[in-house]
Design a protein around this ligand. Structure first.
Ligand code: ATP
Ligand code: PRP
Length: 211
């Protein structure tokens, strides 16, 4: 049995065509089903539905053989125990620093000010500001980061930006790009060796479809 870990929403939706290219289709839709283990048209393949941030953990410990996770999530996880053979070129966005309109970020940085930064991505933010030599107090949030500068919780946020609509709707502007983000296929290192016969065709089909 090959177990594939996916998160509901954009990762699941954008992985469907890649699964189809490998001849795999789930028999239920995670948006309507409450089931966390989804059967597929193939007896030897199943899909488990987990939180986006938990996908690397399931694959790392071998509870799933393969998974699809954003580079943002993988950078935070660290990637231990994972083989990352493929950039799937889906769920594309950018990791950015953003501030409220009118906040002079460049000036603050130039003057060596200590900044309060709210984010879900502590590792990424820590590395980014350390690389610039900027002192920061990091505040961990789990979502709605865009709110933090508006209510005085933080001077800046580190978050994902795609269309820019969420920033715009909240009067924020992006001031720095940290990284380009896309989803990656991840594989448990032991599964790659022990289940090669089942896993390799899946990797090949994903590679062809993502190219
Ligand atoms: P969790 O449920 O664990 O908090 P999440 O809510 O961030 O995770 P999603 O919103 O489904 O989960 O995002 C999954 C992945 O899609 C992210 O890890 C990121 O790589 C990518 N992503 C997030 N936001 C966007 C966006 N606006 N446009 C494109 N891709 C995005
Ligand atoms: C992500 C991200 C931003 C938004 C950016 O949130 O955290 O808030 O997308 O996209 P935009 O630039 O196209 O507006 P998401 O939609 O995943 O919501 P969530 O964090 O609540 O899951």
């Amino acid at each position: 049995m090959i177990t594939i870990a996916l998160s509901k929403g954009r990762i699941f939706d954008e992985t469907i065509p890649l699964l189809a290219a490998a001849g795999v289709a789930t028999t239920e839709d995670p948006e309507t089903s409450r089931k966390l283990i989804l059967a597929t048209n193939r007896k030897d393949v199943r899909v488990i539905i987990v939180r986006a941030t938990d996908v690397p953990t399931y694959v790392q410990y071998g509870a799933a053989d393969v998974g699809v996770a954003g580079k943002d999530v993988l950078d935070e996880h660290g990637g231990q125990g994972l083989y990352q053979p493929l950039d799937l070129n889906i769920a594309r966005c950018k990791m950015m620093v953003a501030v409220a309109e009118g906040f002079d970020y460049e000036r603050m940085v130039r003057h060596g000010a200590r900044l309060k930064v709210a984010t879900k991505y502590l590792q990424t933010a820590r590395e980014h500001f350390a690389g610039k030599g900027v002192h920061v107090d990091l505040i961990k949030l789990y979502g709605s980061m865009e709110l933090a500068p508006l209510v005085g919780l933080a001077d800046a946020i580190v978050d994902l930006v795609s269309t820019g609509n969420t920033l715009k709707a909240n009067g924020l502007i992006a001031v720095e790009e940290i990284a380009s983000i896309s989803a990656r296929l991840i594989v448990n290192q032991a599964s790659l060796k022990l289940k090669r016969v089942g896993v390799q065709p899946l990797l090949d089909a994903f590679a062809r479809a993502a190219a």
